[in-house]
Design a protein. Structure first.
Length: 79
């Protein structure tokens, strides 16, 4: 345990999707039994690994949302 500062927003981009990305990161952490606040009490190595995984998860979920949106738009415009 340490007093280190954990920057959990490190992988999150700025822009219109940042709130959704943050939500996906929190969703991932929760699925692993952690909260953002709990990261402050964990060893840095574990935090780093969790955040790498959380960022990858968030990126994939954002890509899925974008693909669905594009698919819906294609269907709507082809009608």
């Amino acid at each position: 345990m340490s007093d280190q500062s954990v920057n959990v927003d490190e992988c999150m981009s700025e822009g219109p999707q940042s709130a959704l990305e943050k939500k996906f990161v929190e969703e991932f952490l929760q699925s692993k039994g952690y909260s953002r606040e709990a990261l402050q009490k964990l060893p840095q190595e574990l935090v780093t690994q969790l955040m790498k995984e959380a960022c990858m998860y968030a990126s994939l979920k954002l890509a899925e949302v974008q693909a669905r949106s594009q698919f819906r738009e294609e269907i709507r415009t082809s009608s």
